[in-house]
Design a protein around this ligand. Structure first.
Ligand SMILES: [Zn+2]
Length: 253
């Protein structure tokens, strides 16, 4: 056997082990990023005790990662659980995740482009789901929702069982209302945001609340507001610079 053939055989034998190690490394990185997203959104006041953020599994698109049911500020790598797209645990004995986890699973089901989802109750954003003035972009970092924000109304399911998205049917209805957009408002409740990366999702969550505050301040003055306008889709921020800063502020880098 020549040295070359021996090398090829060794590589063939090692390939599955190397592939598995690579997959494990990707999973570890996704978990670290999800922990960071939880902690950043808590520190920024977007997930203050309630709400939840998830990321699609890096090597199995039919699964996603989310925390067990605890406050986002307290989430560590050990709290992350793996759910399938019906929002059922993959492993027996998995700790219980959030009541409204169906928001995540049902959006991942119908949006293959989405790799990260958050549900939060950011207050100024909620205020635009209870009135008649639409939430519209007023500054450049809010350009991602130039196409408008649909509002999902829990009353479609009656008012007997509350406003939570705590069943697969409600999750599917919310995902249908979201359609191909990045944001859906939930009347009298909160908002769901869907993005292609966790840094983008975190950046959009913060920008959405800031936009709602700026728009509210201008409307409260009685101003004639100039809304953001782009003739064509402009390249938006990937929020990576801010993501590094937010992690460093929390001692995570
Ligand atoms: Zn909620």
């Amino acid at each position: 056997m020549t040295r070359t053939i021996r090398r090829i055989l060794l590589l063939m034998l090692a390939a599955p082990v190397l592939a598995e190690a690579q997959q494990d490394a990707e999973l570890d990185a996704a978990i670290d990023d999800l922990v960071a997203a939880n902690r950043i959104l808590a520190a920024q006041g977007i997930l203050p005790g309630y709400g939840h953020v998830s990321v699609r599994h890096p090597t199995n698109p039919d699964r996603y990662l989310v925390s067990r049911s605890i406050a986002p500020e307290l989430v560590t790598a050990e709290d992350i659980v793996v759910l399938d797209l019906d929002s059922d645990p993959v492993e027996p004995g998995t700790p219980r995740s959030y009541l409204e986890r169906f928001i995540h699973g049902e959006i991942y089901k119908v949006r293959p482009d989405v790799r990260a989802v958050v549900h939060n109750h950011s207050p100024t954003v909620i205020s635009f789901g209870i009135g008649t003035t639409p939430l519209r972009p007023v500054y450049h970092q809010a350009a991602f929702f130039l196409d408008g924000i649909p509002i999902w109304d829990y009353r479609d399911f009656g008012t007997a069982n509350g406003a939570l998205v705590d069943t697969p049917a409600r999750g599917a209805a919310l995902a249908a209302a979201l359609k191909d957009r990045p944001v859906v408002l939930m009347r009298n409740h909160g908002v769901a945001i869907a993005a292609s990366t966790l840094p983008l999702l975190v950046g959009w969550s913060i920008a959405l609340e800031q936009n709602a505050e700026i728009q509210s301040a201008a409307l409260a003055r009685g101003d004639d507001v100039t809304y953001l306008e782009f003739e064509e889709e402009a390249p938006g921020s990937d929020f990576l610079r801010a993501w590094d800063l937010w992690k460093r502020q929390l001692g995570m880098q």
